[in-house]
Design a protein. Structure first.
Length: 278
């Protein structure tokens, strides 16, 4: 009976007026494991989100009125933590989850006895609230001081000192050469730089996950110069595609300039504009 009521209740919620995305996950009595049907509903909810525009995710756990206050606080926190783990398994960026709180029991109001089990079932839950980035924030976030759209590309109105990150250029872990799937992207970059023949630039290699800003070891050569070797690889590739060496320099910047987020983004190659011919 309770399961039938849940499906009816959930269907009713979908028919109501649209608002900021919210979702409720329901639990069995005294349990914090997420049952398969609830996990599947949560998966459908997550698939419908615009992940690029999520500002923050709040997760709040609750219990019914049975059990002590102390027990219910612990159980409600365990339920909230369980949903956070499911989000992690689904690939949601952990930094977006800003609140994971157990709120304890939901007090019962005076209700008819025959409704007691249904209401308690609805109180054994975790509520998930999604806040999106406002359009104004999104516009500011994606513009630099000159009003140019970020990230900068070779199609941007570049000036000296600008840096263009070579997006989706994937190196084999620990080596200085790119994976096969990155070659077409490199070819496209070379074509753009051939067209932009007034640009002079420096190729900067970066690595992640070393201590004290040191470089990483290139497994191919055994030398601790992986950032330099990767920059050199891009330099030699562009030269083979017809770009003059006099337009280019390359340098390895080791792990001196981490971006402060996910370490995978520190494994990067950037091109800094050093001179523009009139």
């Amino acid at each position: 009976m309770f399961r039938f009521f849940l499906f009816w209740f959930f269907g009713l919620r979908l028919c109501l007026a649209q608002e900021l995305p919210k979702h409720v996950v329901y639990f069995e009595t005294d349990e914090y494991g997420v049952i398969e049907t609830e996990k599947n509903r949560l998966l459908l909810f997550v698939k419908g989100l615009n992940e690029d525009k999520i500002k923050k995710i709040s997760i709040y756990g609750f219990c019914d009125d049975r059990g002590s206050n102390h027990y219910n606080l612990i159980l409600s926190q365990q339920r909230a933590d369980a949903i956070k783990r499911v989000f992690y398994e689904m690939g949601i960026d952990d930094s977006l989850i800003t609140n994971v709180d157990g709120k304890g029991e939901v007090l019962l109001k005076i209700i008819a006895t025959e409704d007691l089990n249904i209401i308690r079932g609805l109180n054994r839950k975790v509520e998930i609230a999604i806040e999106y980035i406002a359009d104004e924030e999104e516009n500011l976030k994606n513009k630099d001081a000159l009003g140019r759209t970020l990230p900068l590309t070779f199609e941007s109105d570049l000036v000296v000192g600008d840096k263009v990150v070579l997006q989706n250029i994937l190196f084999r872990t620990g080596y200085s050469y790119v994976l096969k799937e990155s070659i077409p992207i490199l070819e496209n970059i070379a074509k753009k730089l051939l067209e932009k023949d007034k640009l002079y630039f420096k190729i900067e290699g970066h690595v992640c996950c070393t201590s004290h800003g040191r470089d990483a070891i290139d497994r191919g050569s055994g030398k601790r110069n992986l950032s330099l070797a990767r920059a050199r690889y891009i330099y030699e590739y562009l030269n083979r595609k017809g770009i003059s060496r006099r337009r280019m320099k390359y340098v390895g910047l080791k792990h001196k300039f981490p971006l402060g987020g996910d370490p995978k983004f520190d494994r990067r190659v950037e091109i800094e504009i050093t001179f523009i011919e009139d």
